[in-house]
Write a protein that binds this ligand. Structure first.
Ligand code: GLN
Length: 282
């Protein structure tokens, strides 16, 4: 069978089984079997697929149909135009989290940012993206899970930013040794009741407690002693959490400015807190 036919058959099977982005997923799985990039795949579409590769491809499609995410099958996920290694110890980066990176970069153009902390860094996608864009910034990336930090380390090495990012294991901001100008975080924010038993991603990265906001609220409280005067915090939030978190931030930081931005689906996604310059963190 030619690559072209194998690809189109897999696309059909995935689409029939309601897998979103079936064409892209089929392509990623076939490229994983053949260990080739996108250009090579398209140049080789008329080539024959060996019986072994055809079998291996079929097996990966089966795994996908059983619910396993393509990113875990291939060990790769693209985020902010960069490729990251992921495994089941990390959340799979979502396109909407790129909004956190973009907002952080915009902010760094209007205020001095010499230290950043990415809390609950996971595979390190946010920290690495920022490190590449802001080469003079000192970045701390923390996570409670050691196996997760091992994944982040692989990505720091892959993108040559080990000298700019310090990976720290611990509870949110606790291991961070100095005041921070910009805190960014994509913490767990899924309501406990909305977690499905078939989740392949780590519960630790998804479970936000009864209301979904427990981890975010805890970080907001920790930020009080770590956010530098004039500093900012950007938090990814779940749908409908804007009001709760805005209220909490206003009570913790009465002089801070709080703003909520929506993602490309129109859902409230990033909440930002900016402290005034004159104010010194207590
Ligand atoms: N966006 C993820 C989801 O909806 C949740 C990510 C998170 O909890 N930070 O599954």
């Amino acid at each position: 069978m030619k690559l072209k036919a194998a690809l189109s058959r897999a696309r059909g099977i995935l689409a029939q089984n309601a897998i979103e982005d079936a064409p892209l997923e089929a392509e990623l799985l076939l490229r994983h079997v053949l260990k080739i990039n996108r250009t090579r795949l398209y140049l080789d579409l008329e080539q024959e697929l060996s019986p072994e590769d055809e079998k291996a491809f079929g097996h990966l499609v089966e795994r996908r149909l059983s619910g396993e995410p393509t990113a875990y099958i291939t060990g790769r996920r693209e985020f902010y135009g960069l490729e990251f290694y992921v495994n089941p110890h990390t959340l799979i980066p979502r396109p909407e989290s790129e909004l956190l990176v973009e907002t952080a970069l915009r902010l760094s153009q209007s205020q001095p940012v010499s230290t950043i902390a990415d809390i609950g860094t996971g595979c390190g996608a946010i920290a690495v993206s920022l490190a590449l864009e802001l080469p003079r910034t000192r970045i701390y990336a923390t996570d409670i899970s050691l196996p997760t930090l091992e994944v982040a380390l692989v990505n720091c090495q892959r993108h040559s930013v080990t000298d700019r990012i310090r990976l720290l294991q611990g509870d949110m901001l606790k291991p961070v040794p100095e005041p921070i100008d910009l805190i960014v975080a994509n913490l767990p924010y899924v309501k406990e009741s909305e977690l499905t038993p078939q989740n392949f991603e780590p519960l630790l990265a998804l479970d936000g407690g009864a209301e979904g906001t427990e981890s975010i609220a805890r970080l907001c409280r920790q930020a009080k002693s770590k956010l530098a005067g004039g500093g900012s915090m950007l938090l990814e939030i779940g749908a409908g959490q804007g009001e709760t978190i805005t209220g909490l931030l206003k009570s913790l930081f009465p002089d801070g400015a709080v703003e909520v931005s929506r993602d490309f689906s129109g859902i409230e996604r990033v909440i930002s807190l900016s402290l005034s310059r004159a104010k010194v963190a207590k």
